[in-house]
Ligand binder design. Structure first.
Ligand SMILES: *[C@@H]1O[C@H](CO)[C@@H](O)[C@H](O)[C@H]1NC(C)=O
Ligand SMILES: *[C@@H]1O[C@H](CO)[C@@H](O)[C@H](O)[C@H]1NC(C)=O
Ligand SMILES: *[C@@H]1O[C@H](CO)[C@@H](O)[C@H](O)[C@H]1NC(C)=O
Length: 393
């Protein structure tokens, strides 16, 4: 190789590393134009399909956003790479690889060491004026928490302090506990490495939040309760199974509140655990507190709420769908729901037939599922057969 071409390669390599460290997320090239594999210049990406969180080739699917661990892993075609990772070109294979930064790199002093040391000092004073100062310092930190890299740093250095010494600390005023919980939430949102970090390093955190939520004084402060519910929404995955205690805690809150936003959050949280068909079978046996009839009733009522967006409609619908499938005889939906379903079916049929918009495969398959469920699951199966028969005439 000529020295000139080595320099160019080296420059490209360094630019790549800098880009991956500085930017929040590096998009795969032509991200928005290649859902059907058209219009992109890199031929290795042309046989890929993209959904909102997966990349699929003809053989398999893998996560759209690269999931870093402590080991070097190959970055697969089309994957997005979170910032704040170690990225290298493996010179033997020519493939790009990435991993989390070494612990030594993040356990020494970092940007916010001084701020947190001051907060720790102020906390031991325990007076009103110190609390005000802590609040304003946490408020400043919130500005950085949304940032991919800073969010991970704050959590990896201070998670234990922010939770145990601040947000769970019953001696502190609620406004301080709330802003501390908000700090964690901000770091967590849209930041998969933070999610992994908390999940792996503090697996008891979800349980700790449930015990907070079962305390009367926390329930009386709705704003703090909402923060905790939002944190749970980030942390709880689709195959999560609530214990009797956890489900009981959620349904107590549900029964005791008239706040629609809180009810919707609770339903969303429960719906996280009902998105997969297999997770719903034996639900009532596994969790004796769950009454599938009333749960289905709540989903079928709130799915008609005008204020909820498509994402919530899908989650609530999938939950109801899986519940009805697992308990066909116990669950009866009411006429208002059937009217809603009829109207939705018509709208979604139009959408499916629309040749002008670019296809969103996930949306299409959801629409199809909803339309078919109207007769196959929630209504008279014969009607669907007659309908098909008519279509063929
Ligand atoms: C945080 O709480 C632990 C006990 O839970 C205590 O040992 C530690 O000193 C506290 N840290 C600060 C900075 O207050
Ligand atoms: C809780 O806050 C009080 C009052 O500032 C403080 O003295 C105490 O150390 C804190 N508890 C923990 C576990 O940090
Ligand atoms: C957390 O980790 C457990 C296993 O360690 C896993 O089953 C679960 O899906 C993870 N949760 C999230 C939200 O990634």
């Amino acid at each position: 190789m000529k020295p000139q071409s080595i320099t160019i390669l080296l420059t490209l390599f360094i630019r790549y590393i800098l880009a991956s460290r500085e930017n929040q997320v590096i998009l795969a090239p032509n991200q928005d134009t290649m859902s059907q594999g058209q219009g992109n210049s890199d031929p290795s990406l042309s046989n890929l399909h993209f959904t909102h969180d997966l990349v699929c080739n003809d053989v398999e699917c893998y996560p759209l956003v690269f999931e870093p661990t402590n080991e070097w892993q190959i970055i697969r075609p089309g994957q997005q790479i979170p910032g704040g990772l170690d990225v290298k070109l493996n010179l033997e294979t020519g493939l790009k690889e990435a991993k989390l930064l070494e612990t030594e790199e993040i356990s020494t002093d970092y940007e916010f060491t001084a701020q947190f040391n001051e907060i720790k000092g102020l906390l031991s004073n325990g007076d009103e004026q110190s609390y005000d100062e802590i609040e304003s310092k946490l408020d400043d930190l919130l500005e950085f928490a949304h940032d991919y890299k800073h969010g991970l740093k704050i959590i990896s250095h201070e998670f234990k302090f922010i939770t145990e010494n601040l947000s769970f600390n019953e001696s502190l005023p609620f406004k301080l506990r709330e802003i501390s919980a908000r700090l964690i939430l901000s770091c967590l949102r849209n930041n998969p490495p933070v999610l992994n970090y908390i999940n792996e390093t503090y697996p008891s955190y979800v349980g700790d939040i449930f015990s907070e939520l079962s305390k009367q004084n926390v329930l009386e402060v709705q704003i703090l309760m909402k923060r905790y519910l939002n944190i749970l929404l980030e942390l709880i995955s689709e195959n999560y199974q609530f214990s009797n205690f956890e489900f009981g805690t959620l349904s107590n809150i549900y029964k005791s509140t008239n706040d629609k936003q809180i009810k919707l959050k609770l339903l969303e949280l429960i719906s996280h655990s009902l998105q997969e068909e297999h997770s719903v079978s034996n639900l009532q046996k596994r969790n004796e507190l769950i009454d599938v009839k009333s749960l289905a009733q709540e989903f079928s009522t709130h799915i008609r709420d005008k204020s909820i967006d498509e994402l919530h409609v899908r989650k609530f619908f999938n939950s109801l769908f899986n519940l009805k499938k697992a308990y066909p005889n116990d669950i009866k939906v009411d006429e208002q729901f059937l009217n809603w379903l009829a109207q939705q079916s018509e709208e979604r049929k139009l959408n499916l037939g629309n040749q002008l918009t670019e296809r969103d495969l996930e949306q299409d398959s959801f629409d199809q599922k909803l339309i078919e469920s109207r007769h196959l699951l929630f209504g008279n199966p014969m009607a669907n057969r007659i309908k098909h028969f008519e279509d063929e005439l």
